[in-house]
Ligand binder design. Structure first.
Ligand code: GLU
Length: 327
């Protein structure tokens, strides 16, 4: 349905987007986590990974930045892999809150109604569900190994970011205990919050993030390493969640503009998934008011338009193809 996409097309699209977006100004680094305020704000990189394993990159794609909220995607997937999609829907949900990512009001308003693992409350709740592996620090090992399998690389926590975040995450502490109050957390709140904080502090490159997205696009099989990481039936579930709430309260505008399921993080990274086709990631620290990278979102929107990646446009392409075949 989507146009033929190969290395050459993708390389051209990435280079074009990079050149058009690189001089964009506006936005500012997240400053509520001190570490993030000090990341050089001129960094900018874009990477794509096709479902055949081809990786294309331009700009600062080897720099390890804080994955932040993009980490909510792997943990939601892991919870669905361990419990099944329906149980995660029942215990956490898949609804947009329409409110900021760290909203307390959303919990108060929806205390009898589940939300989504892609905002802070649901993500802390998802961390609380994760089943451990190995015999030490089992829940964390489970999350970390899963992220590594998805992106096909060894990743680790940026210690300074983890410290910086742990020392300042008062709002998230309130969320964890409020969830406890409403029986929406399934393990110790402090432990679950610590897992969440650690996963947000994982350092990742744009190339690794693109590969992570490509593993989702490829139905759970990492196209670079060949490892089967999760069940293919979960790709439409996680992409539906990303499409619903991946840009927080700007998600509708984003989806309307691009038709691309994507997830952002306050570290400046954004990853997009085109099921069956490719994963794409961009990174640039300055953020807009909702916490989405200004340059990264422009770059992904540019690439989506150039390559015809709008999922909702697939019927038009299918009709064109059918008509051409008949003629
Ligand atoms: N660790 C950050 C927080 O919970 C992640 C937020 C984000 O990337 O949206 O505040």
């Amino acid at each position: 349905m989507t146009p033929k996409i190969d290395r050459q097309h993708v390389a051209q699209a990435l280079r074009g987007a990079y050149d058009r977006v690189k001089n964009t100004t506006g936005g500012k680094n997240a400053d509520y986590i001190p570490y993030l305020a000090n990341v050089p704000s001129t960094l900018f990189g874009i990477a794509a990974c096709l479902t055949d394993g081809t990786v294309v990159a331009v700009g600062d794609t080897e720099y390890r930045f804080g994955i932040e909220s993009v980490s909510k995607v792997p943990t939601a997937l892991l919870a669905m892999q361990q419990y099944g999609a329906q149980e995660v829907l029942d215990r956490i949900g898949a609804d947009a809150t329409g409110l900021p990512f760290n909203s307390i009001i959303a919990i108060l308003l929806e205390n009898d109604h589940p939300s989504t693992p892609l905002v802070n409350a649901g993500a802390i709740s998802a961390c609380s569900l994760i089943k451990p592996v190995g015999d030490r620090d089992g829940k964390w090992q489970s999350i970390l190994r899963f992220v590594e399998a998805l992106c096909g690389a060894q990743v680790g926590v940026i210690d300074e970011l983890y410290r910086s975040e742990s020392e300042t995450n008062f709002n998230n502490r309130s969320i964890a205990w409020l969830l406890k109050n409403y029986n929406r957390i399934y393990d110790d709140p402090d432990l679950s919050l610590d897992l969440y904080t650690r996963q947000c502090s994982i350092g990742i490159t744009a190339k690794e993030l693109a590969t992570l997205a490509a593993t989702i696009a490829a139905g759970g099989r990492n196209p670079v390493t060949g490892e089967e990481v999760f069940r293919a039936e979960l790709t439409p579930k996680i992409t539906a969640m990303m499409a619903t709430v991946g840009f927080y309260e700007h998600t509708g505008d984003w989806l309307f503009t691009t038709g691309l399921p994507a997830k952002t993080g306050v570290g400046g990274g954004i990853m997009g998934v085109v099921p069956g086709v490719m994963g794409v990631a961009a990174f640039a620290p300055p953020l807009d008011s909702a916490g989405n990278s200004v340059k990264a979102q422009r770059a992904l929107a540019d690439i989506a338009a150039q390559l015809g990646l709008n999922l909702f446009d697939a019927p038009r392409a299918a009709v064109r193809e059918a008509q051409a075949a008949k003629a």
